[in-house]
Ligand binder design. Structure first.
Ligand code: BTN
Length: 251
């Protein structure tokens, strides 16, 4: 990754970008900065993370030099659906640069050819005098076949592994920053919800809904106007889920 190259592709070349060689987690780094008053829009990127964090307490594997591990500090336009809006922004950016047709797996994973290539982790602080969100994006660009174990490779992949092509991470990163800025500026219009629905990877599929220790199989009916997942369980009852996890049943 190269800061000059990223800036070359940015709509706003004045944007503050911090590029690190290694950190534990760009989200943790960004949260520390935000606690100390860092302004809206600052982006932190790392070549590798020693403790990359995923949703639900999971580890996010962050091999050096092949992925984009970035966090953005958001103070303005901070709405509950910020993660769904980010998923649309990232999917559009990847498709624009790589010519792909990415989908979004509820809640906020980006999929290419039935494999996860990107995860998003949003962390917010709502203390009265310091209100911010940190949006963390982890995108696998270069091949992960050598760095991920076989269990992870059942679900996870990368743009290179799915397309057979190599792409420039700085260019993709700049496009994500551009796309995210545009989408967040318009978040109140809620136009992103329809885009999110159209990209849904799960509509019509069989899933296992995980809630705490409970697991129930269901069919996914729709994504609603709040980016919630509408499911029908095997006993015929229906539910609208606003958080949690729906694991695809692979056939
Ligand atoms: C998930 O798949 O559950 C979300 C993964 C989010 C990973 C990104 S990488 C940059 C940022 N820093 C982290 O520690 N996590 C996020």
């Amino acid at each position: 990754m190269n800061i000059e190259y990223i800036k070359k592709y940015l709509d706003n070349p004045e944007k503050k970008i911090i590029l690190l060689y290694e950190t534990d987690s760009t989200n943790s780094y960004a949260k520390e900065l935000a606690k100390n008053g860092e302004c809206d829009g600052t982006v932190i990127i790392a070549e590798t993370q020693t403790n990359g964090r995923g949703r639900l307490g999971r580890v996010f594997q962050s091999p050096k030099g092949s992925g984009i591990y970035m966090s953005v500090i958001v103070r303005k336009n901070f709405k509950p659906d910020i993660t769904a809006c980010t998923a649309v922004a990232v999917a559009e950016a990847v498709d624009k640069v790589c010519g792909t047709d990415t989908l979004i797996k509820w809640v906020n994973d980006i999929y290419l050819n039935e494999h996860k290539i990107c995860g998003i982790l949003t962390e917010a602080s709502m203390s009265q005098n310091n209100y911010y969100a940190v949006i963390g994006i982890g995108l696998n660009v270069g091949s992960v076949k050598e760095s991920f174990d076989s269990k992870l490779l059942k679900t996870a992949s990368s743009i290179e592994d799915e397309t057979g092509k190599k792409f420039n991470r700085s260019q993709i990163c700049a496009e994500i920053i551009n796309s995210l800025e545009r989408h967040l500026e318009q978040i109140e219009t809620r136009l992103f919800i329809e885009k999110y629905r159209k990209r849904s990877f799960l509509i019509g599929k069989e899933v296992t809904v995980l809630k705490g220790s409970e697991e129930r199989n269901a069919c996914v009916l729709d994504i609603d106007e709040n980016a919630c997942l509408k499911v029908r369980y095997n006993d015929g009852s229906e539910e609208v889920l606003n958080s949690g996890e729906a694991r695809l049943i692979r056939k």
